[in-house]
Design a protein around this ligand. Structure first.
Ligand code: ATP
Length: 606
């Protein structure tokens, strides 16, 4: 019977690997995660092996009971032997039950524990990877694939490997004991079973190909759901529920066609297996009956033989399925291993980072002939020869048309990417010479769209500096003009926000982000101004909070609304990836044909 793994239902296609020596060797690398638990793992393997051997004793002893009974009906022997054997069998079954309990629990314990370690490492590696990694992949897909891969590995350690060992023991032991019982019958069986196995493997391959297609179609529908839910506001605003439903329904239709085709094949496969398997047993039974009648074997031997044959046939039937599962598992380990092998930009740590040894930066920032091309879009240079110097404590507004390269410039400052040519100097030192976590430890960003994590408001503010006291949090909130609105909630700072909590307004979220940045006390500050304008009261509160925040720090403000940048020290105008103008509001306004002047004129006319 086909065994469905949870991944099939998750609609995530798993890669299959060839079971060649290299991929097996690489997959075994992951076994180092079992090392801390190797004692228990070894004991579980031993219990499993012993349990399988004991299963093999069952047909033998059952045969002996039959023989004793037959002898008795013919007037010879006594039933005492049969009684003893039956008791022995019961004892063996009890022992086997105990061993099963032990190995099942042990494989589960060892498997889950080592998987927790593996999951932790994979996650740590993933979040430490540079932006280039994320830019080239769809993050949602990455997360779901990773979790599917890990579930597959989990299935392997807990289910497939033990099964593999058990079935191998049953197969080898079964055939040996069959041969000992009757060589003639073994010959008959060995002619029919391999044919059966070959057909089963060929059939199985075809079914899997079709079921893979069904999984792909299911994954397509999952993507539709994901896209719809992510853009649910748009869907509703355009009243496009019907359109989305049609799209989903069509996707489901394709899935249904593929899955039913698979089901038909699978049904035929199962019918064939049942017929052929029982057919071969009938054949053996029939030949056995003749041998029995000719006096070549006893009743007990025939019983043994039939029981062993079912064992061997069962093991063979399982092998095809197990082989396919193993292939999947090795494919899954491939991606996890690739992930673990990627080099992160920072060393992943469990727990908070150790205290930085970097003294407080002054915050001098210099872009020196910086050129930049996104790794994902080679051939298109986004920034060309940017020269820009910001002295400690200076406020620089970066303005320019959409797509000019403002955000890109800031990404370089945060070292999400490094310049393709030229240098970024911070306090006179190449930014690449700093340890990344230490450097970012002295920067803070208030983004356009503030993302609050699931948790309390206090926890969200403390994100800037984990482990701070409640007083510090409140003080930062006060400076960010956030204290009053937070206090107004019945649960105050303990109010839950994020997916499962309440929703804060855009202006409130920004003030939480400002409090977060105040708490972090950075030397360099990045403000990505929200494009949407707020009502004048929130605007005033935010502006005030930002003033407090910017005091004494080098600040870069990506400004979309020019009204807010009149009072900065310098405005840098970027267009087409170049700095085209630079100066104070007054200086730039004085340039008769300047871009800033034109942009400002456009905005103020609105
Ligand atoms: P806006 O004001 O609209 O946010 P911007 O000035 O911040 O625009 P950037 O986001 O820096 O502009 O984009 C500059 C150019 O780089 C654009 O042409 C954009 O398509 C491209 N770009 C931005 N991010 C990436 C990326 N991750 N990979 C490839 N190209 C990108």
């Amino acid at each position: 019977m086909a065994r469905y793994s949870r991944n099939d239902q998750a609609g995530v296609e798993l890669p299959k690997a060839k079971l060649d020596r290299e991929s097996i060797r690489q997959a075994l690398e992951l076994f180092r995660y079992l090392r801390p638990y190797q004692g228990r793992f070894g004991a579980a393997l031993a219990a499993l092996f012993l349990g399988s051997l004991l299963s093999l004793a069952f047909p033998y002893l059952a045969g002996s009971i039959v023989d004793a009974a037959v002898l008795r009906t013919q007037g010879g022997g006594s039933m005492a032997g049969a009684d003893r054997t039956a008791l022995l069998l019961l004892g063996i079954l009890a022992l086997q039950a105990g061993l099963s309990y032990f190995h099942f629990l042990s494989f589960a314990t060892v498997g889950q524990r080592s998987l927790v370690d593996l999951r932790r490492d994979a996650y740590a590696r993933m979040i430490s990877l540079p932006m280039t990694f994320f830019a080239q992949r769809r993050v949602g897909e990455l997360a779901s694939r990773l979790s599917a891969d890990l579930i597959q590995i989990e299935d392997t350690v807990i289910g497939i490997l033990p099964q593999f060992l058990r079935q191998t023991t049953m197969l080898v032991g079964g055939i040996t004991l069959i041969a000992v019982t009757s060589l003639k019958l073994t010959g008959i069986m060995l002619v029919s079973l391999p044919v059966l196995t070959v057909v089963a493997v060929v059939f199985g391959r075809k079914t899997r190909k079709i079921s893979r297609e069904a999984q792909d179609r299911l994954a397509d529908t999952a993507t539709i759901v994901e896209e719809t839910l992510q853009g649910i506001v748009n869907v509703k605003a355009f009243a496009n529920e019907g359109y989305e439903l049609t799209r989903y329904h069509e996707g489901l239709g394709k899935f249904l066609v593929a899955t039913l085709r698979g089901a038909r094949l699978r049904a035929a496969f199962i019918a064939f297996i049942i017929f052929a398997l029982f057919g071969s047993i009938v054949l053996v039974l029939w030949s056995g009956a003749r041998l029995l009648q000719q006096g070549e074997i006893t009743f007990g031997e025939l019983t043994r033989f039939i029981l062993y044959t079912t064992f061997v046939a069962g093991a063979m039937g399982q092998f095809a399925e197990l082989y396919s599962q193993l292939q999947k598992a090795i494919g899954a380990t491939q991606r996890v291993r690739e992930l673990l092998r990627e080099t992160g930009e920072v060393e992943p740590l469990l727990g908070p980072a150790p205290a930085s040894r970097l003294p407080r930066l002054r915050g001098d920032v210099v872009f020196e002939s910086v050129h930049f091309t996104y790794p994902a879009r080679q051939g298109v240079e986004v920034l060309h020869a940017i020269n820009l110097a910001a002295a400690s404590g200076e406020r620089i507004a970066v303005v320019g048309p959409s797509g000019a390269g403002k955000s890109t410039l800031i990404s370089l400052l945060l070292r999400l990417y490094d310049p393709s040519a030229g240098r970024l100097l911070i306090d006179g030192r190449d930014a690449r010479d700093y340890r990344l976590t230490e450097l970012r430890g002295q920067m803070a960003m208030v983004p356009q769209e503030v993302l609050l994590f699931g948790g309390s408001i206090a926890e969200n503010i403390a994100y800037g500096k984990p482990g701070v006291s409640r007083e510090e949090i409140e003080q930062a909130a006060r400076q960010a003009n956030a204290h009053d609105f937070i206090q107004a909630f019945p649960e105050g700072y303990g109010t839950l926000v994020g997916d499962r909590g309440i929703k804060l307004s855009g202006g409130q979220r920004q003030r939480v982000a400002i409090a977060r940045a105040i708490l972090k006390n950075p030397a360099i500050l990045i403000l990505d101004e929200a494009t949407s304008s707020l009502d004048s009261e929130s605007e005033r509160l935010i502006q005030e909070a930002l003033e407090t925040l910017m005091r004494g720090r080098t600040s870069f403000i990506i400004a979309h609304r020019l009204a807010t940048v009149r009072h900065v020290d310098r405005i840098v105008v970027i267009a087409g990836g170049r700095v085209v103008e630079s100066g104070t509001h007054e200086q730039l306004q004085a340039l008769t044909d300047g871009l800033y002047r034109r942009l400002a004129a456009l905005q103020f006319r609105e």
